[in-house]
Design a protein around this ligand. Structure first.
Ligand code: BTN
Length: 228
């Protein structure tokens, strides 16, 4: 895997767009000065995290479930490291003390840019950020090189499986890692707020919901801004 490495960069996601070599490749930075999350939110990116963008051809990878599939890969990796976590649609991984990883998937020209922000050795976050890190969860400091290699391996694995078997391959295991079932939740979408109980996720990445009035409806993951 071709890895392009920086000490400081604006955003690995933006830099990935400026690179013209053929994918797959990965852009990694120790720190980002303009790291960003979904909907252009700022992403806190001091040294001590893994800030990377995995770039591949978008062939076979254009699907609204991809951010969730990548969250699943990260959560499996974290569990192998002894950190229990949950995935929260559409794109987050939460450990006990808060959000530990965020995923930002974008399509640019004929490529997929999978941005992954994993809080590894970060000890404290500013008071306005409710987040966790591998260090906060375990009290251990990690070798970032090792984490990067394992993470790239975990991502490549799910991408290959996705290309061959599609989203349905992951569904059952993934549902066990979500804490959204059978309770009333609020969903912010690109067209407003909805309240209801999530009963299922289908192969097209639709959340199957029953409204508070008992009416079934679906919301596609690509429209979900956040779930609370
Ligand atoms: C989110 O939770 O909203 C997604 C956060 C994604 C952050 C990563 S860090 C590496 C890559 N570069 C960025 O500027 N953002 C993504």
């Amino acid at each position: 895997m071709h890895i392009i490495r920086f000490e400081d960069i604006d955003s690995t996601q933006e830099h990935a767009k400026r690179i013209t070599i053929n994918p797959p490749f990965v852009v990694i930075a120790d720190k980002q000065t303009a790291g960003r999350g979904r909907y252009n939110r700022k992403w806190y990116s001091p040294s001590g995290g893994v800030w990377m963008t995995y770039v591949d051809s978008s062939d076979g990878l254009v699907h609204p479930s991809i951010p969730l599939v990548l969250s699943f890969a990260v959560s499996n990796f974290l569990e192998r490291e002894g950190i229990e976590c949950l995935i929260k649609p559409p794109n987050d991984v939460y450990s006990k003390a808060g959000k530990i990883c965020g995923i930002l998937v974008e399509y640019y020209k004929d490529k997929i840019l999978a941005g992954i922000g994993l809080n590894v050795n970060i000890e404290y976050f500013p008071h306005y950020i409710n987040a966790s890190s591998m260090y906060i969860e375990t009290g251990k400091k990690y070798d970032l090189e090792e984490i990067i290699n394992l993470l790239i391996q975990a991502i490549r694995e799910v991408i290959e499986i996705f290309k061959t078997h599609g989203f349905k391959y992951f569904l059952a295991d993934m549902k066990n890692k979500m804490d959204i079932w059978n309770k009333e939740i609020k969903i912010e979408t690109t067209s407003g707020w909805f309240v209801g109980k999530v009963m299922d996720i289908d192969e097209d990445a639709n959340l199957v919901i029953i409204s508070t009035h008992g009416k079934p409806f679906i919301i596609n993951l690509k429209e979900v801004v956040k779930i609370i």
